[in-house]
Design a protein around this ligand. Structure first.
Ligand SMILES: Cc1cc2nc3c(=O)[nH]c(=O)nc-3n(C[C@H](O)[C@H](O)[C@H](O)COP(=O)(O)OP(=O)(O)OC[C@H]3O[C@@H](n4cnc5c(N)ncnc54)[C@H](O)[C@@H]3O)c2cc1C
Length: 488
């Protein structure tokens, strides 16, 4: 076993962990980043799919879009010498109504009935009002936090409207579209956190805002470039198995019941340096601090000596990954453009609820092949994974053809992102609390536990669940540690 000594050890080489390492290193701290996978980037991942002729096509298996509010990521992209390009959006969009009827439209308002439109406007206005009052870094401090966290998003929408189509269309932006859980499984407070972190609920509704730009060369390039700077400080293929992190509190021993002492009641001096030992199978790193830059659903994959305090044990059980399949279909050309269509389509409550033109742009210009991306969320994703591959493909392409016609059913290459099967992620896009969990446990998520700090997009305020949030929280946590060490 190789032994190392560093100021800070970072667990996870996703965007949050790498940004934390980069920032700490710039402050003069020595770092080691231990990554379970044999690549960096976590839920951002530049991939390929081959067509029948063996031609390989670039795809982004994980996160890819940047919206204008994601300013820290945008700055970093520039700092790293990378460039971005806008999503193709010229031409008409498609709306498929609940009865399967296809409508072409322009602008952001779906061509639904007057009543449905006015109900949607009413719901969005109320969501905007509440989102404006919520601090995404502390949603649990809103005066109505407990009340809003007790009611599912679906129930809340149903209390305000009896128009099922309006409810489906509004919930798509947070439920299937963002948290990738059914709208009856998470709270209205959780939905409002999503909206406030994006600036407003109206921003979530506006796909030209939320899905604005992509990085030339793919979003993973952000991590790959940071990793290049960090060089030998990154250790791939090193899943962290254990963290030894604190002295025990002798008063917690219970000799009568044969319970040895631990830190069940919490640790004093939260956030101050300690003697930390982080073990993977091959490495033992001694450090003053550790940053856990992994999604919260994976915290309990690691053994802690002593075990974490009681409140952390409980809190970590109330946060779980959503489930979504990102669908990639490649065509000889972006055929929909010739028909005056943008490639954008929505269908609240249906198998494929969103499609977009995802044609690649390289440093020498736009790809001649056309790519469509679609999303199959939560319960539909489960149904699709239960099917044999050919039936699954047919069902998904049939649903995508409802937007863009029969040519959609004949891609030259087809690929489904399967992050739920990835051991070191276990779902997509990100984690969120169960009903009531955010107001009850959220205040703990950004508090260090002794010398253990937490950094991940899933517990970020601004940029929550997005790469921007990962970058922001990685930077913030590293600066907090630099301050503690006297290098702030
Ligand atoms: C399909 C998909 C589409 C998405 N679309 C977008 C989008 O368009 N725009 C956007 O901004 N965001 C998007 N996201 C979300 C975005 O990718 C994440 O918010 C971001 O990657 C989170 O970064 P992170 O560093 O916090 O976590 P991660 O990216 O999950 O990185 C965590 C790292 O920790 C490693 N790890 C886990 N456990 C251990 C361990 N025990 N030891 C060592 N290493 C460990 C993992 O392997 C991983 O590399 C998408 C995500 C998915 C899955």
């Amino acid at each position: 076993m190789e032994k190392l000594k560093r100021d800070v050890v970072i667990v996870g080489a996703g965007p949050a962990g790498l940004m934390a390492a980069r920032t700490a290193k710039k402050k003069g701290l020595s770092v080691a980043v231990l990554e379970a996978r044999n690549r960096v980037g976590g839920r951002t991942w530049n991939g390929k799919v081959a067509d029948d002729k063996g031609v390989e096509h670039f795809i982004e298996i994980g996160g890819q879009w940047i919206s204008p509010d994601q300013t820290r990521l945008t700055e970093l992209v520039q700092e790293l010498g990378l460039t971005t390009f806008p999503r193709y959006r010229d031409g008409k969009s498609i709306y498929v109504s609940p009865d399967g009827t296809r409508h072409e439209y322009e602008g952001v308002t779906f061509p639904a009935s007057e009543k449905t439109i006015s109900e949607m406007e009413k719901l969005i206005e109320r969501l905007d009002e509440l989102a404006a009052e919520i601090d995404p870094h502390k949603p649990w401090e809103h005066p109505l936090a407990k009340e809003l966290d007790r009611v599912s998003f679906r129930d809340w929408l149903e209390q305000l409207s009896d128009d099922a189509e309006a409810i489906d269309n509004v919930s798509i932006y947070v439920a299937s579209g963002m948290l990738t859980k059914p709208s009856y499984t998470f709270s209205t407070l959780q939905a409002l956190l999503m909206a406030s972190s994006a600036g407003s609920f109206s921003n979530l509704v506006d796909e030209d805002f939320i899905l604005d730009r992509r990085v030339v060369g793919g979003m993973q390039s952000v991590s790959l470039t940071m990793a290049k700077e960090l060089g030998e400080d990154i250790f791939l293929g090193n899943p962290v198995r254990s963290i030894t992190w604190s002295d025990i509190d002798p008063d917690t021993a219970d000799d009568l019941n044969n319970v040895t002492a631990d830190v069940r009641n919490g640790v004093p001096h939260n956030g101050e340096a300690g003697d930390v030992i982080v073990n993977s199978d091959d490495l033992e790193v001694h450090a003053k601090f550790v940053i856990l830059a992994v999604p919260p659903n994976l915290y309990s994959r690691i053994n802690y000596f002593p075990p974490l305090p009681r409140d952390q044990h409980i809190a970590h059980q109330h946060i779980s990954m959503g489930l979504v399949i990102k669908v990639h279909a490649v065509y000889d050309t972006p055929f929909w453009r010739e028909e005056g269509l943008s490639g954008t389509g929505f269908a609240g409550g249906r198998l494929v609820q969103e499609v977009y033109d995802n044609t690649n742009y390289f440093s020498d210009g736009e790809d001649s092949y056309g790519t469509l991306v679609g999303f199959v969320s939560d319960i539909y994703a489960e149904q699709m994974w239960a099917l044999p591959p050919e039936e699954r493909k047919e069902a998904i392409l049939e649903a995508m053809a409802a937007f863009l016609g029969p040519k959609t059913k004949e891609p030259i290459a087809f690929y489904l992102s399967d992050m739920a099967a990835e051991e070191w992620t276990r779902g997509a896009y990100a984690t969120s609390y169960d009903l009531g969990g955010l107001s009850r446990w959220g205040h703990l998520q950004n508090q260090p536990t002794g010398p253990i700090y937490y950094a991940c997009s899933d517990i970020a305020g601004a940029g929550y669940q997005h790469v921007d949030g990962a970058i922001r929280i990685g930077e913030t946590v590293a600066l907090q540690i630099a301050e503690q060490i006297g290098k702030g």
